[in-house]
Design a protein around this ligand. Structure first.
Ligand code: C5P
Length: 230
């Protein structure tokens, strides 16, 4: 199977819509590879910060983006770990500050271009579940199934708050909600790869729905499109 034939499921949508959890569970169920593209932007932002590079220094950011090797693996509890050149950055990249910086570097067209290859390299047999903002529109326009997950901003803030608490990161809901709203505006209005559903994406609103229900809806879309027996 050449890489272009490897089936891809894209899960795009705003922060906190449940993409990460759904992507992980679907990839486990199908035994497909997983690409958390947001983590790639977060790793770039964190690496830049650690190297003293400003979030608008395009030349220096490109230098980091072109050489960094990001990998994902599931730990013994099934949680996704994010590795940069073998270093575990899972927790460090999940802070709200890192998310904000990731969104700043993600608004730079040259940076997005430099990270295209790194993301496409995750397309390997037997298949790939790719989660992000532009997976179905830009990175994998030929994906087998494209899903756009969304939810109300209040529900997304509540979920993010719960997630941060579980990771032992303290915070309160109000600033999280404001940050999510600001990030939505940045993601939806940037000139390159704005957050929009692909014209051929199925839109799923996850407000009030359980993770299991959403995972089942996604799996049934794949079954419908591919005749996969899951
Ligand atoms: O999904 P996550 O919140 O980890 O992503 C962090 C930031 O990276 C997002 O707010 C968004 O600005 C950016 N991003 C992006 N394109 C992607 C994935 C993430 O612009 N495919």
């Amino acid at each position: 199977m050449c890489n272009a034939e490897v089936p891809v499921l894209t899960l795009d949508g705003p922060s906190g819509a449940g993409k990460g959890t759904v992507a992980r569970l679907v990839s486990e169920s199908l035994h497909w590879h997983l690409l958390d593209s947001g983590a790639i932007y977060r790793v770039l932002a964190l690496s830049a910060e650690r190297a003293g590079v400003a979030m608008d220094d395009v030349t220096a950011l490109l230098g980091i983006a072109r050489t960094m090797v990001v990998d994902f693996r599931l730990d013994e509890r099934g949680k996704l770990q994010v590795l940069l050149d073998g270093d575990d950055l899972t927790k460090a990249i999940r802070s709200e500050t890192c998310g904000k910086r990731a969104s700043q570097v993600a608004a730079l067209p040259a940076v997005r271009g430099a990270l295209l290859q790194c993301q496409r390299a995750f397309r390997r047999p037997p298949g790939l579940v790719a989660d992000g903002r532009d997976m179905g529109t830009v990175v994998f326009p030929d994906a087998l199934v494209k899903i756009y997950l969304t939810a109300s901003v209040e529900e997304r803030a509540r979920r993010r708050y719960k997630q941060l608490m579980e990771q032992g990161i303290s915070g309160t809901i109000r600033p999280i909600l404001r940050e999510i709203e600001a990030r939505d505006v940045r993601d939806c209005t940037r000139s390159v790869s704005p957050l929009v559903p692909a014209p051929d994406a199925v839109i799923l609103d996850t407000t009030g729905k359980s993770v299991e229900a959403v995972v089942n809806m996604v799996l049934s879309q794949i079954r419908r499109c591919s005749g996969y027996t899951l």
